[in-house]
Design a protein around this ligand. Structure first.
Ligand code: LLP
Length: 404
């Protein structure tokens, strides 16, 4: 993915060609980038030999899951819908973990019927319900218990999950109480301690604090867990020169943790696998010039990509065609939706751009399409998978007729 003679290419296909052929706005993914992200992730943690369960919530496209499945990864799912999708992609049940604070009885029954690796529980009520289903179906169910380590992930507040005040997991006291109460249960095997402190983490220090807390509680409990599920959260570089997560340091922290606790590690990465493999290609509808800034009005909006509006997240926006004419004026890239937060990015200077030019919003492979909606009765964009010179539709553009 780079500029060739001034034109931006995803693998061997130019952004302009994609826009022309499929229309805009359009999500595109690079096959090769997904594979290299997976390969790098595996390489970074090779000496730990973890089970890698792709977090389906970050991107649940069936063709992408097919690829992930072919490469041997498992899945982390949070609903019946995601579980069915993962199974449809032929991800092996023995590589699927089911997370989430509020699984319904129906979802639990379904997951149990599919014999998945683990149900990671987050409350006593949930364990009680699982025991009831197990008793009826004469099965013993493998579960995890999610620990809330009260660790600050030092990321955006709205994507932090590991502090005591967050709804996720159980406090140390409650965790130890449940472990004691259910460790000899006839209906559940407590196989796993799970933990996930947040998303878009760019320093190993929060992970260090998390591992210390996990180590402490294990020593305290004197219990041997078959699996330790460390969740996901590994951050990517949305901005040039932003801080990079040091995988080497994180791996070494886990290695020394494993010297004290001999368990199989599970990871649930989402963003680090798919985030930088996706672009949202958009066309400039109008440019509105004001004294202080130029509003660049795109044909994509917060319904297509909500991260900037929801979290104040920043995604680089690059032109499909380079020129050398820099304009020293603030440019504000916005969508057409009737909300002030329908704004993608403000930059102090930008190259000269015109109405109908094509731009690419970068790093939208994770939590992009999955969070899209029909707000303002706008149809959802299509998704295209690029593999070398081939461009395949993997989700069709929604038809306006089907939503009105
Ligand atoms: N495991 C659990 C239990 C999770 O809750 C999550 C994400 C993951 C794994 C995957 O985390 P990742 O490796 O992708 O960071 N919509 C937000 C992110 C929400 C993350 C929710 N949980 C965003 O656009 O930034």
């Amino acid at each position: 993915m780079k500029y060739k003679k001034g034109h931006f290419y995803i693998e061997n296909v130019s952004a302009e060609r994609i826009a022309k052929k499929f229309g805009t706005p359009v999500y595109v993914y690079s096959y090769e980038k997904i594979i290299s992200n997976i390969y790098n992730f595996q390489k970074n943690f090779k000496t730990i030999n973890p089970l890698i369960c792709f977090s389906v919530k970050s991107n649940s496209n069936l063709q992408i899951l097919n690829l992930i499945s072919k490469l041997g990864l498992g899945a982390d799912v949070v609903s019946k819908g995601e579980l069915v999708r993962a199974l449809n992609a032929k991800i092996k049940p023995e590589k699927i973990v089911f997370s989430g604070v509020g699984k319904t009885i129906e979802e639990l029954k379904f997951a149990i019927s599919k014999n998945i690796l683990l149900i990671n529980t987050e409350s006593e009520n949930e364990i009680v319900e699982i025991e009831k289903i197990a008793r009826k179906s004469k099965k013993k169910i493998n579960i995890g218990i999610r620990f809330n380590p009260d660790t600050d992930a030092k990321t955006l507040k709205n994507i932090s999950t590991g502090k005591r005040e967050n709804k996720f997991g159980l406090t140390k006291e409650k965790f130890l109480y449940l472990l004691k109460k259910y460790k000899n249960s006839k209906f559940v095997n407590i196989d796993c301690l799970s933990v996930h402190i947040g998303s878009q983490i760019t320093s190993h220090v929060p992970y260090k604090n998390m591992l210390n807390a996990v180590n402490k509680i294990i020593q305290n409990s004197k219990y041997k867990f078959k699996y330790i599920d460390l969740g996901g959260g590994m951050g990517i570089n949305y901005e040039n020169n932003s801080h990079k997560l040091n995988y080497y340091k994180y791996k070494n922290l886990i290695k020394s943790f494993l010297k004290k606790n001999n368990s199989k590690i599970i990871f649930e990465p989402g963003r680090s696998i798919i985030g930088n493999a996706g672009y949202l290609i958009s066309k400039i509808i109008y440019i509105k010039h004001t004294k202080s800034k130029n509003f660049v009005i795109l044909d994509s909006a917060m319904n297509d990509l909500i991260r900037p509006a929801l979290y104040g997240a920043k995604h680089r926006i690059i032109p499909s065609k380079l020129n050398n004419k820099k304009i020293k004026k603030k440019h504000e890239f916005v969508g057409p939706i009737c909300e002030t937060t329908d704004k993608f990015l403000s930059v102090d200077r930008y190259q000269k751009i015109n109405q109908r030019d094509i731009v690419l919003i970068c790093d939208v492979g994770a939590y992009g399409m999955v969070l899209s909606s029909n707000y303002n009765l706008r149809p959802k964009p299509p998704e295209i998978l690029i593999n070398k010179s081939s461009a395949k539709i993997i989700t069709k553009r929604q038809k306006l007729n089907n939503i009105i």
